[in-house]
Design a binder for this molecule. Structure first.
Ligand code: MG
Length: 344
């Protein structure tokens, strides 16, 4: 097997602000794994929140790809994953890039789309649509973006909050797009009491659920909010790997997985099973990502209750195409083989 990687800069359509900071250009690291004349694509979208940068991905990938070449069998994903764990216990985005590229490659070698390798059928109007995320901005701008997203037929909008005008924002957007399903994500910004108060007010605006109201470093705070909030609570920063699921099971309703937190599709499926076993609903989110990685996550849709897979949709342009998306629904049934990630 031949392997290579390359860092790409991906300018965003509009600067993306959340409670923690603003992104104008995302850097992803594309991984290619070649075997028997086929190339599998994957990508890492490192997040500083989880201790990763482009430099840490570039630093560890040679060792991870050395594992792939040494094992020499693209079908042996679990063997490769186990050996990657002995290289590093951390670096989940770097591992995700490798794991995704292997799934894409195996799908191409077997001429099957990844959802079929996962035991799912393409049929299913029950596949959840993706939300479209509105980053923090002045209220008028957020309202305008919400109107544009609704006009583009996205049925679900996710509003980033964590400002001193959170309720004003939701009130204005609710008025502008009365039909839209609204979710909010505070990205750990609220105190427990503030979170409960805001959840009660957000409930009156028909918000569907609230994501990560309080800091992941304070599990008691999450429990406090969960017990008092009239709205369902999703755990994102509090839910990184399958091993985190038991600890969040009695303090949230929805586990929010991301390939860049779990380390790829293989552990993402484990997280879904763990969450189901604990009675949680499951959402799959993403970072600001190219389709080289998002395309893989769209194959999990038959296994999910909620999807937030708009990472590539927020880019000014993406060098890779994935499953076509229409009115927020990924048409994964149109993928013939692999993840469907193709160089444009
Ligand atoms: Mg989130």
């Amino acid at each position: 097997m031949n392997t290579r990687f390359e860092t790409v800069s991906l300018p965003l359509d509009v600067p993306f602000e959340i409670a923690r900071g603003t992104t104008e250009t995302a850097e992803n690291v594309i991984v290619e794994i070649e075997h028997d004349g086929e190339i599998g694509y994957g990508a890492a979208a490192p997040s500083r929140r989880y201790g990763e940068t482009t430099a840490t991905v570039e630093g560890i990938l040679p060792e991870l790809l050395d594992v792939v070449e040494t094992v020499g069998d693209p079908h042996a994903r679990r063997t490769i994953a186990d050996r990657m764990k002995t290289v590093t216990r951390e670096n989940p985005a770097a591992k995700a890039a490798v794991d995704i590229a292997l799934w894409d490659l195996v799908g191409k070698l077997l001429s099957q789309p990844v959802y079929r390798l996962l035991g799912c059928s393409a049929a299913g109007d029950d596949r959840p649509p993706t939300s479209f995320t509105i980053g923090i901005d002045d209220t008028e701008t957020m309202v305008e973006r919400a109107r544009e997203a609704a006009a583009a037929e996205y049925p679900v909008l996710k509003l980033k909050l964590g400002t001193d005008r959170d309720i004003e924002i939701v009130s204005a957007i609710r008025k502008a797009v009365p039909e839209a399903i609204l979710r909010v994500d505070a990205n750990e910004a609220w105190t427990p009491k503030e979170a409960v108060e805001k959840c009660r007010k957000l409930d009156s605006y028909g918000v569907e659920f609230v994501e990560q109201p309080v800091g992941a470093d304070d599990p008691k705070a999450l429990r406090y909010v969960y017990e008092r909030s009239p709205l369902p609570i999703a755990a994102d920063e509090s839910c990184r790997t399958p091993a985190d699921v038991p600890a969040i099971a009695d303090r949230c309703d929805i586990a929010n997985l991301k390939l860049m937190k779990t380390g790829g599709l293989t552990p993402a499926v484990e997280l879904i099973h763990a969450a189901r076993a604990h009675g949680l609903d499951v959402m799959c989110g993403c970072m600001i990502e190219t389709n080289a990685s998002i395309a893989a996550a769209t194959h999990l849709l038959p296994l999910l209750d909620y999807a937030d897979l708009d990472g590539s949709l927020l880019l000014e342009s993406d060098p890779y195409a994935g499953a076509p998306v229409s009115a927020g629904r990924f048409e994964v049934e149109n993928v013939d083989r692999g993840t469907g990630a193709t160089l444009r």
